[in-house]
Design a binder for this molecule. Structure first.
Ligand SMILES: Cc1ncc(COP(=O)(O)O)c(C=O)c1O
Length: 455
């Protein structure tokens, strides 16, 4: 029983009948009625008509300020003029060659200038980037095992789809969490090669290395865990991982699929001043088109040059995505635009904090770079297990209530976070904050009532 949530969902269905209709049609032929499981939610997902700048419209003509931005993949905002110009220019010159071209070295130079890598290869999705990075790390070390963190998300391949969203009672010891498959079809052999540790818990990492001597090829992590809202590494944690890797001859892989473009000009390694051995990039580097890259030192990447590690892909460096990527690096992900987004982020974060304090909501705001999240916890979380204690229906109340007021505050799902694009402006942030101010008292009242019942 949650009457406030029911009321918001009723309003959502009243506003979006064409999405409901379209979803029914999709359901006939497409599992869950969506192209990626993350897009499915009850009662049905909003179907998009079009998007421009910081906003999109649904099939019913409702307009939303968009902080979903394709799960954070368009920090450029929709149809950024520089990206559109570059893409339109390329479209009539050939969309796929399967042969090299000049934009490859140009974009590789842009990436190597910002990130601590000497060579890169390109792909189309974050999943590809982490899959190839892991394979390279295995090849470079001659070891099979990978250490990842409980709750960390690195895409959909077998090595990554482990302990992404485990549930009690499968957790196991917090010092040595159980490796739990993220669904059927992940082979046991793959799971056996994934060693899980707890984020912000160096002792668990050291223990895992002791338990698997000479067997762990790499640690892969998001420097800021963004599969649990937004979880910052505690001071010293990333450097500690760097040291553990160096000591044990393992590689440190920063999965910067989200943080790479959105945290700041030089991604997480610049932000935290910790140097990984490999990085994975995707999402916002493409400015709205599919583009990914992974990179490392020349010594590691030369395993590909020497034909010892195989990497390929029909769609790699397709000129349309590459043109978009070049325009994004040169004209969107500029230091000036990061300063602009930081200013908007500060305004949004402070506005939320004021309202949270005013209504007595037990929550806090976590933010970094273009990302942030309203975290429904009385105190800051430090790992996945803390995150798992969220009041999901309270979060759903927040999300539907905001959406009904014309603001998509973040993607649906309480493990996500908002993105601010370079095309958002002060007026968008004011509208976002006004919507939150409008619903915050009801959220606080519901939260208190639910806490009383839970006691
Ligand atoms: C940190 C991280 N790594 C990898 C991926 C996988 O990227 P893609 O969905 O492009 O395959 C994601 C996607 O959300 C991600 O957030």
């Amino acid at each position: 029983m949650y009457p406030e949530l029911d009321k918001e969902i009723a309003e959502f269905t009243r506003r979006t009948p064409k999405s409901a209709e379209a979803h029914k049609k999709n359901l006939k032929r497409i599992p869950l009625g969506v192209a990626s499981n993350y897009r499915a939610y009850d009662p049905y997902p909003i179907f998009v008509q079009d998007a421009q700048g910081s906003k999109f419209r649904d099939l019913d003509g409702n307009e939303y300020i968009d902080h979903n931005l394709c799960f954070g993949a368009i920090m450029a905002g929709h149809c950024h003029p520089a990206v559109m110009k570059a893409v339109e220019k390329r479209l009539s010159l050939g969309t796929m060659f399967g042969m090299p071209h000049n934009m490859e070295w140009e974009l590789a130079e842009e990436i190597c200038a910002r990130f601590p890598v000497e060579m890169v290869r390109f792909g189309n999705s974050g999943t590809e980037a982490t899959m190839h990075a892991i394979r390279l790390a295995r090849a470079a070390t001659g070891r099979d095992k990978i250490l990842k963190f409980e709750g960390g998300y690195h895409g959909l391949h077998d090595a990554a789809l482990v302990s992404v969203k485990p549930h009690e009672p499968d957790f196991g010891d917090v010092n040595a969490p159980t490796a739990v498959p993220g669904g059927l079809g992940v082979p046991k052999a793959s799971i056996d090669n994934v060693v899980v540790a707890s984020f912000n818990h160096l002792a668990s990492v050291e223990l895992r290395f002791q338990q698997n001597p000479g067997q762990i090829a790499a640690i892969i992590l998001e420097p800021i865990m963004m599969n649990v809202g937004l979880l910052m590494p505690q001071p010293g944690f990333l450097q500690g991982l760097r040291d553990v890797c160096t000591k044990n001859g393992a590689l440190l892989i920063f999965d910067e699929v989200k943080t790479g473009a959105k945290l700041g000009w030089g991604g997480a390694s610049e932000y935290f001043n910790v140097k990984p051995d490999m990085i994975c990039l995707a999402k916002s580097i493409g400015g709205g088109l599919p583009l990914a890259a992974f990179g490392a030192s020349r010594a590691v990447m030369d395993l590909i040059s020497q034909h010892k590690v195989f990497h390929g892909g029909t769609y790699n460096t397709n000129p349309v995505s590459m043109a978009a990527g070049l325009a994004t690096f040169r004209e969107v992900l500029t230091r000036e635009n990061y300063a602009l987004v930081d200013k908007l982020s500060k305004k949004l974060t402070e506005g939320y904090r004021k309202t949270v304090a005013k209504v007595g909501l037990q929550a806090y705001i976590a933010s970094a770079g273009a990302n942030g999240a309203l975290m429904f916890y009385p105190k800051e979380i430090v790992n996945y297990r803390d995150w798992a204690a969220i009041d999901i229906d309270l979060w759903r109340h927040y999300w539907f209530a905001m959406v009904n007021r014309g603001v998509m505050p973040q993607p649906y799902w309480w493990d996500e976070q908002w993105t601010i694009s370079v095309q958002h402006n002060e007026a968008d942030i004011d509208k976002h904050l006004a919507a939150f101010d409008d619903i915050a008292a009801a959220l606080a009242t519901s939260q208190q009532a639910r806490m009383v019942v839970a006691r």
